[in-house]
Design a protein around this ligand. Structure first.
Ligand SMILES: Cc1cc2nc3c(=O)[nH]c(=O)nc-3n(C[C@H](O)[C@H](O)[C@H](O)COP(=O)(O)OP(=O)(O)OC[C@H]3O[C@@H](n4cnc5c(N)ncnc54)[C@H](O)[C@@H]3O)c2cc1C
Length: 195
């Protein structure tokens, strides 16, 4: 593999490059259709008496969600106006839509002061499900990417699966439906619960 830091000889490559996976796949001639998409969150001032076990709560109708973040709350929502790209600067254009959803679903949250926030990149696949497998077109190119914004929660299980693929073992779950080949075979698995 030729990298920015020189040539590295290896019998196996694992692409876990998130939003950058398409470029890494291209180095090996493997098309990984993953697009970067900015996603922002906001955090609030401390909220007195928050239940310590407050679960992550999602309104699937709008994609508005919140969970505890330190002494306050983290709130997020998808922004349909966002277009693919590597920009991670923050802006407030998504806030009016967020406040509309809050007003409808959890109006008490509107009283909380926003104290910060940040933007990062989702790694979007065409059907919003992960790409996990081994490329057929070249020898020992493994990939685990395209989690479409849900890679943190899937990480522990995906780690075990990738370990098994590397060792040539049968993974503990059938990952064949997550092969990137599903797009060429017209067998995409559209995710229903988009957040
Ligand atoms: C605002 C926001 C909120 C989120 N909330 C959640 C959530 O609540 N739950 C959840 O499960 N997920 C959430 N996610 C999504 C989650 O963060 C991602 O799905 C997850 O980080 C993907 O992990 P990854 O290891 O596949 O990729 P990444 O974490 O993106 O890591 C990819 C790595 O590859 C490296 N890399 C890129 N190119 C190269 C190269 N050429 N050579 C070597 N290294 C390279 C990068 O430097 C990076 O370190 C959220 C994302 C955002 C932006």
């Amino acid at each position: 593999m030729t990298t920015g830091r020189g040539r590295i000889a290896t019998d196996t490559v694992v692409c876990a490059a998130g939003p950058w996976s398409r470029a890494v796949g291209a180095m090996a001639g493997v098309d990984l259709p993953v697009e970067p998409l900015r996603r922002q969150i906001a955090v609030t001032e401390p909220v007195p008496d928050l239940p310590p076990d407050l679960p992550m709560t999602i309104d699937f109708a709008s994609s508005f969600y919140f969970h505890t973040e330190g002494p306050g709350l983290l709130v997020g929502m998808s922004d349909p106006d966002e277009t693919p790209g590597f920009a991670t600067d923050t802006h407030d254009r998504w806030i009016p839509r967020l406040y509309e959803a809050m007003e409808r679903r959890a109006p008490a949250l509107l009283d909380l002061r926003r104290t910060g926030g940040w933007a990062g990149l989702y790694e979007i696949s065409p059907d919003h499900n992960a790409l996990i497998g081994e490329a057929g077109s070249c020898s020992r190119f493994l990939y685990a990417t395209g989690f479409s914004g849900h890679g943190f929660l899937q990480g522990p299980a995906v780690g075990e699966v990738v370990r098994d693929l590397y060792l040539g073992r049968v993974p503990f779950v059938d990952i064949s439906p997550l092969s990137v080949d599903r797009f060429a075979a017209d067998a995409a698995r559209p995710e229903v619960n988009l957040v």
